[in-house]
Design a protein around this ligand. Structure first.
Ligand code: G1P
Length: 296
């Protein structure tokens, strides 16, 4: 039986430069789809998968993230006094048991692998998950939960995977597949951000991982990879021999909220899926499209 996955690492140290000037004073992970920050979606997903310990790898200027998961006594008292029960309920997803969430700082931006390595002491000697909050995944069952279930039969390391257009491989970690078993593939190698011509496939890594502590050991050699950064992909690839690493084709819709267009698409999709907004919002979008078509 595999050891259960209780801890998750959330690398949130990035500067979010693609969203300047907004991210000059707020962390990218606090930017919201409708009314929920990106980080909330990742936390909800981790909780659904059974995660009970949350490790944030942060950097300077990210204190809004710590405040977000703290109690807000003045606000809560005001809402209680005003009988705003629905708003109090809306806050309940931000509650964390004391000690359930921990923060470590990545002092230098040396890459995703380095960020995960910064959490090594808090992870210890057990399997752990990594969730990149930029990748927002909607679906009936959360992506990480699907992975945890699959991992119970495979063990080893597992990465979320999705087919992308060949010309986009240079934006992703890409899998070199040994055996394709449908939703699970065994992996013989992984390459970070290969150009389309040299990519081993178009099966890309999406920001959900279940990893063994061995990957942390691999990271401690500080090898530089694509873009001169310490890459998580390279440290996982060291375990890939057809048995140590699996790709998992999840069911769900993935939005790349690290890009403006992905963030906009997610905003529209999440807005349309909200019962309290969908009627007015869909009428608005429809009218807007009709007006712009007529103007062409
Ligand atoms: C990171 C990983 C990459 C992965 C991607 C998924 O890249 O390094 O392997 O495919 O996330 O979103 P980034 O988007 O941070 O450059």
């Amino acid at each position: 039986m595999v050891q259960s996955v209780r801890k998750a690492v959330f690398p949130v140290a990035g500067l979010g430069t693609r969203f300047l000037p907004a991210t000059k004073s707020i962390p990218k992970e606090i930017m919201s789809l409708v009314d929920r920050p990106l980080i909330q979606y990742a936390i909800d997903e981790a909780r659904e998968a059974g995660i009970t310990e949350f490790i944030f790898v942060t950097s300077r200027g990210k204190s809004a993230l710590e405040d977000y998961f703290d109690d807000a006594p003045v606000l809560e008292r005001k809402l209680r006094d005003d009988n705003k029960t629905d708003l109090l309920n809306a806050l309940s997803c931000t509650e964390m048991d004391s000690g359930a969430i921990a923060y470590v700082r990545q002092k230098e931006a040396l890459g995703l692998g380095h960020a995960v390595w910064c959490a090594r002491r808090l992870i210890g000697d057990e399997p752990f998950a990594v969730l990149l909050p930029d990748d927002v995944i909607s679906g009936e069952k959360s992506c990480l939960k699907q992975m945890v279930e699959a991992y119970e039969s495979t063990g080893g390391n597992m990465v979320a995977a999705m087919e992308v257009p060949q010309e986009q491989t240079s934006s992703y970690g890409v899998l070199d597949v040994q055996d394709d078993m449908g939703s699970i593939v065994s992996v013989k190698n992984m390459v970070e951000k290969p150009d389309a011509a040299s990519a081993p496939s178009n099966l890309a890594v999406i920001g959900r991982y279940i990893l063994t502590p061995k990957v942390l050991q691999n990271l401690s050699s500080f090898e530089r990879g694509a873009g001169g950064e310490i890459q998580l992909t390279d440290a996982i690839a060291k375990e890939a021999n057809g048995e140590g690493v699996y790709g998992f084709r999840f069911r769900g819709e993935r939005y790349d909220c690290g890009s403006k267009i992905g963030f906009l698409k997610a905003t529209v999709a999440f807005g349309l899926s909200r019962p309290d907004l969908q009627d007015e919002f869909s009428t608005f979008l429809y009218d807007l499209m009709a007006t712009s078509k007529a103007a062409e």
